[in-house]
Design a protein around this ligand. Sequence first.
Ligand code: COA
Length: 162
Amino acid sequence: MNAIYPGTFDPVTNGHVDIAERSAKIFNQLIIAVIKSPNKKTLFNCDERIEMITKSINHIKNVKVMKYSGLTVNFAKKTNSEVIVRGLRITSDFEYESEMALVNRRMEKSIETVCLFSSLENQILSSSRVKEIASLGANISTLVPKNVCIPLLTKLKNHDYK
Ligand code: COA
């Protein structure tokens, strides 16, 4: 069975890598699906987000990274993936994720959503928090993969991140 793990990944965090590693053990093939134009404004463009996540998961054999736009269920179908993987962190994620799963299921019955509970150390981790912490000069080395630290600090230096 194949799965996609969709998201914005602006930037990828240790929480995303943890979900990718664990999903890769469950599914034959996992595609990390990086949305090109999410509803939110991104700090990194799509190619930059893809480059960072590709380097972060290159130790996992059955995972690849692809860019997509449009509906997530359509991308799942196009890539012959039967499952959408999402990570569930604190309880507030549940409402957002369950609504998204229901909408996706209404649009495409053949695709199931599987949520994995985030590991304890990643429960309060998000890309926005990482950007905020980095922009305020704190150490992010335990929150993101090694290869993300320099691009993130460099980007923030050249941006007025709010
Ligand atoms: N560890 C750490 N952080 C995590 C995490 C984990 N395991 N899982 C999620 N997060 C964080 C992300 O960093 C992100 O943080 P941010 O809001 O600070 O940027 C946040 O949770 C949201 O997660 P993300 O995985 O980036 O998803 P998203 O909400 O940006 O992406 C899409 C949602 C793209 C999958 C969804 O909008 C979508 O499917 N869009 C396409 C259109 C469509 O099909 N719509 C119908 C579905 S309703």
